[in-house]
Design a protein. Structure first.
Length: 429
């Protein structure tokens, strides 16, 4: 039995939380490796709904959960989330939640600065969640960030705050916003330090030890390949790398130990925020997909844009994301449609594309080329075996496999944990 990495194969919101929760039953540890509290994983377990942003989905099953160095951490948001799930009956504490000492801290003023910059962009706004995620990653690569380990040393912290505010206060002045007081910020950080200290350790060392003892590690990604800062629809992307390779970088484990890569894709497509969306539907069909699929962002609350399954995009995500197999979710949302379209190519004027071009101008001009497949009147909702699916639904899944060039390893037929069909065991590879 090996390790498994779960990543999104579209634009996020594909149902990664449910799949990670389902897989975590047989994992020993669940690790978040990138993103921040802009991620949103909703888990439906019986009558209880858990909405997670920073916490790895393994906390729901009481598994050892790790937040890796690739994650940017808002300590106040983290503690609020811990208190929320504790009220729902979950046991979360330093005994089962560990945080990388070299992870970057999201500072209290980042969110306001994020929103101010978005407002200044006007019509060119990217559509961020306004939570300061991108600013934290900017500070990280600029080598001015406050890291978790810095919180334990007030002298180091004071110097780093002074240096960091040279940059940010100049930016705030340019945006006609109030400057940040260094003393107040330092006091806030010193106050939170003892709360987070019991959770902190070099998690790369713990993960290495677990791996050497044969423990199974489940890596949990946030967002999706087409939001990757390098490989996504730039600039309408997140601020981190979301491909499977980031699981190694974002945790300190060797790339050869990441294991089987499971990509999560809906049986249709959705996107939140701005950016290109070739198969977006602006008609009653698109509205129906959104209503049946309850397409509202876990973090943002914004309605997701809906469209047909884009095989071109998912095929590209499989190739650049290192995906071995797909978990196809929300098959039941397509129930009752007379016909279902799948995007099999792109056209821009007279040019044909079998990939998402890098140019934002070309991305915005894409016209999808569709193949029409037969729908099914029967219900797939709640089905838990391959044989229980309608023949036409099986035909649809098989055609999707052919178009994307990868096997469907798992099928999800409702938000419920157990409404999952395993075609191929990711842990067996």
């Amino acid at each position: 039995m090996g390790n498994v990495a779960v990543i999104g194969a579209q634009w996020g919101d594909e149902g990664k939380g449910k799949i990670v929760d389902w897989l975590s039953e047989r994992a020993d540890v669940v690790v978040r490796f990138q993103g921040g509290h802009n991620a949103g994983h909703t888990l439906q377990v019986g009558n209880e709904t858990y909405k997670l942003s920073l916490l790895p989905s393994g906390v729901v099953r009481g598994k050892l959960s790790v937040i890796g160095n690739g994650v940017v951490i808002d300590p106040w948001a983290l503690f609020a989330e811990i208190e929320t799930v504790r009220r729902q009956g979950l046991d979360v504490g330093p005994h089962n939640l560990r945080i990388a000492e070299n992870a970057v801290v999201i500072l209290p003023f980042y969110a306001e600065l994020d929103r101010a910059r978005e407002a200044a962009r006007g019509a060119a706004a990217i559509g961020t969640t306004g939570r300061g995620i991108g600013i934290a990653y900017e500070d990280k690569v600029a080598r001015r960030a406050i890291r978790i380990c810095d919180l334990a040393d007030p002298d180091v912290l004071a110097e780093k705050v002074t240096q960091l505010l040279i940059h940010h206060n100049a930016l705030l002045r340019g945006l006609a916003r109030p400057e940040i007081d260094a003393g107040a910020l330092l006091g806030t950080l010193i106050e939170v330090a003892p709360r987070i200290e019991p959770f902190v350790e070099p998690v790369w060392d713990r993960l290495d030890g677990l791996r050497r003892r044969g423990q199974r590690i489940l890596f949990e990604g946030a967002q999706a390949v087409m939001l990757d800062v390098d490989h996504g629809t730039y600039p309408y992307v997140t601020s981190s790398n979301t491909v499977a390779a980031a699981a190694a970088v974002g945790t300190g484990i060797g790339p050869s130990h990441v294991g089987y890569v499971l990509g999560i894709a809906k049986a249709y497509s959705t996107r939140v925020g701005a950016g290109p969306f070739p198969t977006e539907l602006h008609d009653a069909v698109g509205q129906g997909l959104g209503e049946r699929g309850r397409e509202f962002g876990t973090v943002t609350g914004r309605r997701r844009r809906c469209g047909w399954f884009d095989a071109v995009l998912v095929r590209q995500a499989i190739r650049v994301g290192g995906i071995d197999g797909i978990a196809l979710t929300k098959l039941d949302v397509l129930d009752g449609l007379d016909e279902i379209k799948v995007c099999v190519g792109y056209r821009v004027g007279t040019r044909q594309f079998d990939r998402m071009p890098a140019s934002p101008k070309l991305q915005a001009a894409i016209e999808p080329v569709y193949e029409t497949l037969e729908g099914w009147p029967e219900s797939t909702r709640g089905k838990r075996s391959w044989g229980a699916l309608p023949a036409t639904a099986i035909k649809y899944v098989r055609r999707v496999e052919e178009l994307i060039g990868a096997p469907v390893a798992l099928l999800s037929t409702s938000p419920e944990r157990e409404d999952t069909i395993m075609v191929r065991d990711p842990f067996a590879d």
